[in-house]
Write a new protein. Sequence first.
Length: 326
Amino acid sequence: MALPLFSQVTNTFPATGNAGIGTLSPTTTTGSTYSGLTLNHATYGGFIDFRQNGVLKGQVWGDINGMNLYAGSELPLRFFTDGNEKMAILPNGHVGIGTGTPSANFQVSGTNPYTGSTSSTDYITISGIGNVGLQVRTSGTNPGDYAALRFNAGGTTNLAAIYSEASTGNFIFSQPRASGIMGFDLNSARIMTILNSGKVGIGTANPDEKLTVNGKVHSTEVIVTAVVGADFVFADDYALKPLAEVEKFVKENKHLPEIAPAAEMRNSGLQLGEMNIRLLQKVEELTLYMIEKDKEIAAQNKKLGDQQAINKALEERLRKLESKIN
């Protein structure tokens, strides 16, 4: 039964337990019998205002657009659990989880890992007009700190990481698993591979040396640090092969001694460092041959000069004898 307080009744409190404010036909309870409270407005939907000294500080309302939370002008919207602030939305639009003073559009702070949904297509998208990006940084000043992005999948943790070190300034790509590789793909194709042994492959996924390149290499300079050179050729006890022996070897094998044949080069490739030493060895051997031949030619020239002097002297004596006879 409704109890009118004025000539026009707008508030009713019938025995059913329903309470009516602004209606004579209440269908919901105040909470004395049931645990629900309904706020209804035909035009604006139901809403609750929160005021301090008459000044609006916040509002909750629901309408055809959904559920809405509103913080007063220039005020943040903060979320608390267990007596502690867990999330904040500032008036400038910055959202912070684990911090009440976010300095970016979205900032997460804390020591616990952050886990997404169990969906097979779970992504974080950063979108905007102009420059956009993802920043990972530490807020402390400890030089031993580092900022990192870690990658976990399939129930396995720490598959890979990208991090920077404050103490050294190093920027590091890390793949700590003993059986894994680091691959670089372009246009859905693998263009570079780094094995856990440290071998690097460009144009191949199976490098067999520290650097394996499947393709041409264009370089302005290549420096090969050799363990030994070819100066042993100039040692006093070096056995320089006679040219006749070299000639015999070349005729039989069709390549120089200690130089791999062409078929072996095609099948096994060239070790540039070793080949350069071998070629230098042959140049130094050729130098020794030329020095030896130069000495032989000098000796022959001396003999020829001596013989020419003897011949000239004999010609002079013969001329004198002929003049006496005549």
